[in-house]
Design a protein. Structure first.
Length: 352
């Protein structure tokens, strides 16, 4: 793609993005929950429930709402509520009824968590390749990317609540020749990992799901940079079991995420940041998502595109030193220059 064409594509994308409503731009700080009616009491309960989901998502800790920091924030949830709307019909409590969609003030909420000593999980979440075996009592099957299945809908909803990005296998002839239902239902990571390589995932999750009366049980296995781990989860219904199972994924991924050796310097700065070596629209999307997802970055605004270079204005905790510290932990960007003149742009190069 030529530089001129790349600029045109990016500008068109940005104009389209600017025309979108604010809903959906910051899904990490939004949640949609069922609500019984439009009364004040129901609304107050829904705000608290939605904020609970967001706290779990931001911290990567299912127990965060029950910890002192979470309890303090949930005591005054309206302080962080930025916008809300009702969706669906008037029946209430989901399944085609009424829902409450809440968006929270990202800066205020993250500042409140950090002030109380809670480590934030960055906005960029490692995508999970998920192999799922379902035995619903009538049939046994694997879930694939092209399926339209009630269980898959619940899995995706639970992943959104936990702030996880899921990738499902295609289950095409290549997958079917390498992975069987038994491999997944046995949570046999060693047999599934070779077939997973074609998707180049950062982590692989296996789930074997089965109802037992009104309850569901799930046997889970996860392979990531920290190694392999297995666990079991159960719940009174599929959503409860999935929440319990995927909460363990959050905890594991947060634990294996590299952290700075020393504390990020205090104070927030507005910095010019330049990224060289951006060759395609996919590279552009990758860089934008990465910068915005760094745990110390509050905002990253693209201000110019010139050839293979993107220029951003970034609001970051700890200034240039803090930004360099968290960037060094990842494998996306590398410093283009060891010297940083006062007021000059911080320059990185996109790694292949």
């Amino acid at each position: 793609m030529t530089g001129t064409r790349f600029i045109a594509v990016c500008l068109c994308w940005l104009l389209t993005w600017a025309a979108l409503p604010s809903w959906g731009r910051d899904a990490l700080h939004e949640a949609t929950v069922p609500i019984a009616d439009r009364t004040t009491a129901a609304r107050d309960a829904a705000v608290k429930q939605a904020l609970t989901e967001v706290l779990i998502r931001l911290s990567g800790d299912a127990a965060a709402p029950t910890q002192p920091a979470g309890k303090a924030i949930l005591a005054k949830p309206d302080r962080y509520l930025q916008q809300y709307q009702y969706e669906g019909g008037a029946g209430g409590n989901g399944a085609g009824g009424l829902y409450f969609r809440a968006g929270f003030d990202a800066a205020a909420l993250e500042a409140a968590l950090q002030e109380r000593g809670v480590t934030l999980w960055g906005r960029e979440r490692p995508p999970l390749l998920v192999w799922l075996a379902v035995d619903d009592g009538q049939r046994r099957y694997l879930l694939g990317a092209e399926d339209s299945d009630a269980v898959l809908v619940e899995v995706q909803a639970a992943a959104r609540r936990q702030g996880l990005a899921l990738i499902l296998p295609l289950l095409d002839l290549e997958d079917q020749s390498k992975v069987t239902y038994t491999d997944v239902s046995d949570v046999a990571l060693e047999r599934v990992l070779p077939a997973s390589e074609r998707y180049q995932p950062q982590a692989v999750l296996i789930g074997s799901l089965k109802p037992e009366g009104a309850n569901w049980t799930g046997n889970w296995g996860l392979h990531d940079a920290g190694g392999d781990v297995r666990w079991q989860a159960s719940g009174a219904g599929l959503p409860a079991m999935l929440d319990a199972g995927l909460a363990q994924v959050d905890t594991r991924l947060v634990a294996s995420t590299p952290k700075p050796a020393t504390a990020v310097p205090p104070g927030q700065s507005r910095l010019p940041v330049r990224v060289d070596g951006v060759l395609s629209l996919a590279d552009y999307a990758r860089v934008s998502a990465y910068l915005a997802g760094l745990p110390t970055v509050h905002s990253a605004e693209l201000v110019a595109v010139a050839g293979q270079t993107l220029e951003f204005v970034v609001d970051v905790q700890g200034g240039a030193a803090g930004l360099n510290q968290v960037v060094a932990l990842g494998g996306i960007l590398e410093p283009a220059s060891a010297e940083m003149a006062p007021g000059a742009a911080v320059v990185y190069r996109l790694r292949p």
